[in-house]
Design a protein around this ligand. Structure first.
Ligand SMILES: [Fe+2]
Length: 354
């Protein structure tokens, strides 16, 4: 099984993992053979990529941190809070759905403690209409894993998860035409978008379920270490550690999806952008913890090696993530298997699509 961008998907490809629509309902089941009609349906639903089964990826399996089922429940929980909040005009004290956020975060906690070696792998299997909810769930899982890698305590991690799930809740007060605008925003529109942090904080302050620590994440997640962020322009240690974790995971997820940059980026490209572009703005220690928990080359990733050969990753390497086991491909057929730990002068140059 491997992940393939929709632009590379062809008729005859076999679906390896179910695909869901923006109501979290099944769009295509596992083992469905894609026809042009199905591909059009996927495009219409704004699906970016799908898992497919083909000869090259036969037998390749990998485990993401949380199951698709738990991920979908997390996304639904975030969506319900947004919906209930807009129906209650931003008053959260009577919002029951916030409790469901707490329970999915508890479940994610159990999963990450029961499976300590499972790595995070981002894969948006839903349309871009679900972006905000999908993004919130992804940021929460990654933030919790990073916090665990930093050996923060469990109660703290749980509060980080809840804050991360709700970090963009204030966006529900911003008109969709501003949020989804492709052209550059005017000064007034930019001011409005930036206000989402205060709106979100104000919405949650009446709810006893949400700890002050989680609320702080909502208010401060756009602050930057060098003081260029908002709403207060805080710098360095003024920004609490739990906020810095979510900020980094938020940016990683945004640049990996197709929102901020054109086209979906793989984890290696997104991490490289973070490393070079955010030297002064983001926390480097947290970045190193992120490198430990993100699956940079998950099984099924097609890569180009420095000797010009093309290969498909068949097994990740937990100790040295940039040196997985690769099945070399020649003329679209499997050739030898190369464990990059045995060939230390051979490197992955980049991930590619075939
Ligand atoms: Fe935000």
């Amino acid at each position: 099984m491997r992940l393939k961008s929709l632009e590379y998907v062809e008729s005859g490809d076999i679906i390896g993992k179910p695909v869901y629509d923006d109501k979290c309902q099944l769009l295509l089941a596992k083992n469905v053979v894609l026809s042009q009609n199905y591909i059009e349906r996927l495009k219409k639903a704004n699906i970016q990529c799908v898992y497919i089964e083909d000869d090259l990826s036969e037998g390749i399996e990998f485990n993401n941190v949380i199951s698709d089922e738990l991920k979908i429940r997390s996304i639904s929980a975030v969506k319900s809070v947004f919906k209930d909040m807009s129906e209650n005009k931003g008053h959260s004290y009577q919002i029951k759905s916030i409790e469901s956020i707490k329970s999915v975060v508890e479940e994610i906690m159990r999963v990450i403690y029961d499976n300590p070696s499972t790595l995070y792998c981002m894969a948006e299997l839903m349309g871009t209409d679900m972006y905000t909810y999908n993004h919130s769930a992804e940021v929460a899982v990654l933030s919790m894993l990073v916090a665990k890698s930093m050996k923060l305590n469990e109660t703290f991690i749980q509060k980080i998860g809840i804050g991360a799930m709700l970090h963009d809740i204030g966006k529900m007060s911003i008109p969709g035409e501003v949020l989804n605008k492709v052209e550059p925003l005017s000064e007034a529109e930019m001011k409005l978008v930036k206000a989402h942090v205060q709106y979100g904080y104000d919405m949650l302050k009446e709810n006893d379920f949400i700890s002050p620590l989680s609320r702080q994440i909502v208010l401060l997640h756009h602050e930057k270490l060098n003081g260029v962020g908002y709403p207060y322009g805080l710098a360095g240690d003024q920004i609490p550690i739990h906020v810095r974790i979510v900020t980094l995971c938020d940016i990683f997820n945004a640049i990996s999806s197709n929102r901020a940059y054109k086209g979906r980026l793989n984890a290696d490209e997104a991490l490289e952008i973070l490393r070079t572009e955010a030297v002064y703005e983001l926390d480097r220690d947290i970045y190193y913890h992120m490198l430990k928990v993100v699956n940079i080359y998950p099984p099924g990733t097609v890569v180009e090696l420095t000797n010009g050969e093309i290969g498909i990753v068949i097994k990740e390497n937990h100790e040295a993530q940039t040196r997985p086991v690769v099945q070399v491909i020649r003329d679209r057929k499997k050739a030898e298997v190369v464990d990059l730990m045995d060939y230390l002068t051979l490197f992955i140059r980049k991930t590619i699509e075939i």
